[in-house]
Every structure is written in C-alpha cells, then in structure tokens.
Ligand binder design. Structure first.
Ligand code: GLN
Length: 304
C-alpha cells in the first residue's frame, strides 16, 4: 500500500483545521507549546517507516506512557494485576474521582489516571530505579537511546498535581496504593513527561501490531495473547470518555495523551502516530483523530 501518498494527502487536507482545538493548559508547561504543529509517522510490521510534517519533533507523550508502564508491569505480574485495576471503560474523564468511592478504590481501567497510578505503584515495587527502568524500556521498544524526560514538563506537572495527589491518597486509604504518594506522583509525572517524536512512538508501538514481537530486534515483548488483550484495552479505554466515538470513527486500538499525541495500530499491518497539540474537549488531539479517521477511511482498512 502507498502509505506515503495517503498520509501526504491527509496532511494537506487536515491543515485547515488548525485552531479548532485548544492546547492543554492545566499543566502550565504544556500551555506554552506552539499549537501549530502537525506530524504523522507510520511504522509497518515489515520494518518500513514513513513520515510527513513534524514527525521528527519531540513532544510530551503524557498518557501514552500508560501503555508502556502497563506492559512492563504485566510482564511481571500477569493476570494477578487485575485484582488491583479493572478492564472496563469508565465513561468518565481521565482525571475523574467519581467512581473510586463506590468501587472501593479499584479504578476501572489502567488508562485513566487512577488506574495508571496503581500501575506505577506496582512498577515502583518491581524496579529499584523505576524512572530509569521506564526510560530503558521505552528506548529499547523504539530502538533508539535518544529518548529522555522533559524535566521542565515533569516539574510543571508536579507543581500542579493536586488532583493526581488526591487520587493517590484516596486509593491509598482503600489500601490499593503501597508507595508514598509524593514519590508515586514524582515517578508518574516523569513518565508523562517523556519527550518523543511521532517516528519514535510509531516504532515503539509496532510490536502491538505484530503479535507482541518487536520486529526491529526480534524481542517478544508480550505474548500473543497479552498483546491481543492490550489492544482490546486500548480500543475500549484508550480515549477515556471518547473511546466509543474513536472506535466508531477510526476503528483502531490506540492511546492518546494531552500533549497532543495519538498512537494507534492495525494488527498485522502497522502502527501510526500523529501529533498536533490542539485538543478536543475530552483531551484528545483534534487533528489527530481527524487524521486517523481519514487514514482508515481512505485506505479502507481498520480492525472491523
Ligand atoms: N499527565 C497528565 C495527567 O495526569 C496525563 C493526562 C493525559 O494525557 N490524558 O493529568
């Protein structure tokens, strides 16, 4: 398939939509990001990499990091993990507290903030140096050592973390968080503050399109069965309270972040990363979703 022509055509068509969304402003360092950025990268399971626009520009991956930490913890804990976090879409915003009280401090899924905090808590008990371990995992998955934390973003988020601190303390009161909550938020803000390009993100997710196998170094990152399950979670929970609409419009498992990135996969074929920082009201990239909708429509491929 001629992915290069398709993404170049979409790149031109989507340009007029600049200005429809709004950059995240609840983390001050993200409010300063140039809104007029747009890039697309496709990584195929047979090793090709295609890109257009700002696909080599670093940006804050934010909640996309929740996929990496979940994979790391699943590799160690397997299904024992599911007593601490659920596998159902929440239908609520990514930083919502509402379900936690009635559901005894067990978050609905690993991709809302509460669920991601439970995962990071587990990770902190599995790895003596959790921040370094996360970076090492992401670098290996993307096949490049050139990936780091944006410490300005991480610090900015940490200074405005009242809501995530509240989630952490609330879950700790139910016994579902073991770590010191300040230490937990420190690791969480750093994982969200990892800076990556579309190219690196597409490469680091292609194993989820390839039955868990990283095609660059032949490492089986997840078993076939767990890779399938991770895709199921991304499809049902990857876009918070917009997950249903994303499945309806796009039809790919994926994960977004408030930095404006989205990564999605078509199993057996490819992963695609889009970056554009202006967000819709659910915190997902406005032009990113538009791009992916056109991609699956123009190519006539999706998971359905
Ligand atoms: N770091 C952000 C937060 O915790 C991540 C949210 C997101 O990307 N949806 O609020």
């Amino acid at each position: 398939m001629d992915y290069q022509n398709v993404i170049e055509k979409i790149y031109r068509e989507v340009q007029p939509l600049f200005g429809r969304g709004k950059v995240a402003d609840y983390i001050p360092a993200l409010a300063n990001v140039n809104p007029r950025q747009y890039g697309i990268a496709v990584a195929t399971v047979d090793g090709r990499l295609i890109g257009v626009g700002d696909y080599r520009t670093k940006f804050s991956i934010q909640s996309i990091s929740k996929v990496f930490t979940l994979v790391m913890v699943l590799r160690h804990m397997g299904s024992a993990l599911w007593q601490y976090v659920g596998r159902e879409p929440s239908g609520t915003a990514f930083n919502s507290l509402v379900q936690l009280e009635t559901e005894q401090g067990v978050p609905r899924n690993p991709f809302i903030n509460a669920g991601a905090l439970v995962i990071t808590d587990k990770l902190m008990h599995l790895y003596p140096h959790p921040k370094e371990a996360i970076l090492a995992f992401v670098r290996a998955a993307a096949g490049t050592p050139d990936i780091d934390f944006d410490t300005v973003v991480a610090r900015s988020e940490q200074e405005h973390a009242s809501r995530n601190l509240a989630l952490g303390h609330f879950m700790k009161s139910f016994g579902n968080i073991e770590s010191d909550v300040d230490a937990l938020i420190d690791v969480y803000c750093h994982q969200c503050g990892i800076a990556m390009t579309c190219e690196e993100l597409a490469r680091s997710f292609v194993f989820l399109a390839n039955r868990g196998l990283n095609p660059y170094n032949n490492e089986q990152i997840l078993s076939i069965s767990r890779s399938k399950r991770l895709n199921a979670l991304m499809l049902t929970c990857g876009f918070y309270d917009e997950s249903g609409d994303f499945a309806f419009r796009v039809g790919m498992p994926g994960k977004s972040g408030v930095g404006g990135g989205i990564v999605a996969v078509i199993p057996g074929r490819l992963s695609i990363a889009v970056f554009s920082p202006e967000l819709d009201p659910h915190g997902n990239s406005y032009m990113g979703i538009e791009t992916l909708e056109r991609f699956t429509t123009d190519l006539g491929v999706s998971i359905f």
